[in-house]
Design a protein around this ligand. Structure first.
Ligand SMILES: Cc1cc2nc3c(=O)[nH]c(=O)nc-3n(C[C@H](O)[C@H](O)[C@H](O)COP(=O)(O)O)c2cc1C
Ligand code: SF4
Length: 507
């Protein structure tokens, strides 16, 4: 094959040479030049020793790389149908775009879902639906009896994504959207940047790198009371979240790729610019549950009594039960637990961590909810669930299984214009959401996108209310697992209550 390809190019170049000899015009000269260049590349390919495929198929094999590089786009634009796109299918992406832009949300001609397929889920409605204009429960009060400053939060808030993983324009638009819609914006573990301070409510996240809450001492990141307090008592900060893990990479600290670690970000995080910043996998401020409870109380005191939560993806069940027991024994606990599912998103994560570590949200949520009930902590500790919650049904399902509020990350990215190009770790995000490249960041116009963030939030809550009204109940808080059903086998449909809440106390 190699000799045939080389032969074709060399012959073509000789023929072009003859053509130029007899018809010496610009067109034939260009043809000869192109043919000569391609021949030289083919000769180079066939003699280089790095790529076997190129040696065997000079020049032609380069097409393969092109298609490999572009396969995600080809898949998304030409092959993907409404329901098979991953991680977020077209139907879900479209509903976010429609709600964000206040476009028509209806779909024609019936469902594309196979309602007889195993795993199909649906809500049973009532013959006496309520008026959706009067449905209650879109706010929930955070803060246990240990809190001095409780916070009334929306049931939908922006889940943690830091300045660093997202661009300054993305952070600004999210924060302004949160302000317009009266909901909360989680800072992510990168600290509080000026772009977070546009007036929207903040959930200040502390990760294991303690960015905005600590400093480096002998190469180790440590919590610092004064640095933390300065940020935590800001009026914009309504709650604090101590991150243990996130579903996309549990047991692995945050990763800020070198390309995205600009001078500005490095200054905010107090690290060296242009280097990859890996947060340690665990906290240095405590090393067991007793110390952790003391730390939570310290953080609560330093923030002058604001609700303090922990974020985790459920891992070792015994460990988590021991933690709950410790809360009950100490009669001190976090004010909320953010449960992230293994299906959660990230800016950058190792493949094995994303694919194979961490309990999926439904099982993790049910487990945490059951333990809170078992140790009589449910009244004090709220649950925020995150993991591919995109439309109102996703929300209803998680609320039914024990969540008090929902955290959303990727759907808010979509509302900003994310097209799921999946280049968040490369600094080449084509729509300016997940990049620090100044030219690409400009693509995201804050004044146009902030309102989309608000619209998506508001319209999704509206859709939840409409579903709740159809179920014949008056408040979002009354949704429970007896309302939702799943096809378990061909001819068997069971409620989520039967599947998750009836048979076992814990999963
Ligand atoms: C770009 C990006 C950055 C993220 N950064 C953080 C972070 O700093 N801290 C954290 O706890 N989770 C982080 N997450 C996880 C989200 O907060 C959320 O838990 C997860 O993506 C599940 O929500 P989703 O399915 O709505 O995206 C990040 C997710 C994305 C997509
Ligand atoms: S468009 Fe691509 S790179 Fe940009 S945020 Fe979305 S998935 Fe990430």
């Amino acid at each position: 094959m190699r000799n045939t390809i080389l032969g074709i190019f060399i012959t073509a170049t000789i023929l072009c040479g003859i053509l130029v000899y007899f018809i010496p015009q610009l067109g034939t000269i260009i043809l000869l030049s192109i043919s000569a260049i391609l021949t030289l590349v083919a000769i180079y390919d066939s003699f280089q020793t790095k790529h076997s495929l190129l040696r065997a198929f000079p020049l032609v094999a380069r097409l393969r790389w092109f298609f490999e590089e572009e396969r995600d786009k080809i898949q998304q634009y030409f092959i993907e149908d409404n329901l098979n796109g991953k991680p977020i299918n077209r139907e879900k992406r479209s509903i976010v775009y429609q709600r964000s832009k206040l476009n028509k949300e209806t779909i024609p001609f019936g469902t594309q879902h196979d309602v007889y397929a195993k795993g199909y889920e649906f809500v049973k409605h009532s013959l006496f639906p309520k008026d959706h204009h009067h449905i209650l429960g879109e706010k929930v009060l955070f803060g246990s009896d240990k809190c001095a400053q409780k916070y009334e939060a929306s049931i939908i808030n922006i889940s943690a994504m830091s300045f660093g993983s997202l661009s300054k324009n993305a952070i600004k638009a999210l924060n302004e959207g949160a302000k317009m819609g009266s909901f909360a914006h989680n800072t992510g573990e990168g600290g509080i940047s000026p772009y977070h301070l546009q007036g929207g409510d903040l959930i200040f996240q502390i990760g294991t790198g303690y960015f905005g809450a600590g400093k480096s001492v002998e190469g180790k990141r440590v919590f610092d009371d004064a640095i933390f307090k300065e940020n935590a008592i800001r009026p914009e900060v309504k709650m604090v979240e101590i991150k243990f893990s996130q579903g996309a990479k549990p047991g692995h600290g945050g990763i800020l790729p070198a390309k995205k670690n600009t001078e500005e970000i490095a200054k905010i995080r107090k690290v060296e610019a242009g280097t990859q910043v890996d947060s340690p996998p665990g906290h240095s401020a405590f090393s067991n549950f007793e110390e952790m409870i003391v730390f939570i109380q310290k953080v609560r005191d330093l923030s002058e009594g604001k609700p303090v939560g922990i974020k985790l993806c459920v891992g070792n069940n015994e460990e988590i039960e021991t933690m709950m027991k410790a809360f009950a024994t100490a009669n001190n606990y976090p004010d909320f637990i953010s449960v992230d599912g293994g299906e959660g998103g990230t800016g950058a994560a190792p493949l094995e961590f994303t694919n194979y570590i961490g309990t999926p949200l439904i099982e993790g949520l049910v487990f945490i909810n059951n333990l809170l009930k078992k140790y009589k902590l449910k009244e004090q500790v709220k649950i925020i669930a995150s993991g591919k919650a995109i439309d109102a049904f996703d929300m209803v399902r998680y609320l039914a299984l024990g969540a008090d509020a929902i955290g959303m990350a990727r759907s808010f990215m979509l509302s900003l214009g994310c097209i799921q190009a999946r280049e968040c770790n490369l600094d080449t995000c084509p729509v300016g959401v997940a990049t620090q490249d100044p030219d690409l960041v400009k693509a995201l116009v804050v004044e146009k996108k902030n309102i989309r963030v608000k619209n998506y939030h508001d319209r999704t809550i509206q859709a939840v209310k409409e579903m709740v009204a159809a179920m014949g109940i008056s408040s979002i808080a009354d949704i429970n697992a007896t309302h939702i059903f799943r096809r378990k086998k061909d001819e068997e449909i069971v409620s989520l209550h039967e599947i998750y809440l009836q048979k076992k106390e814990t999963i």
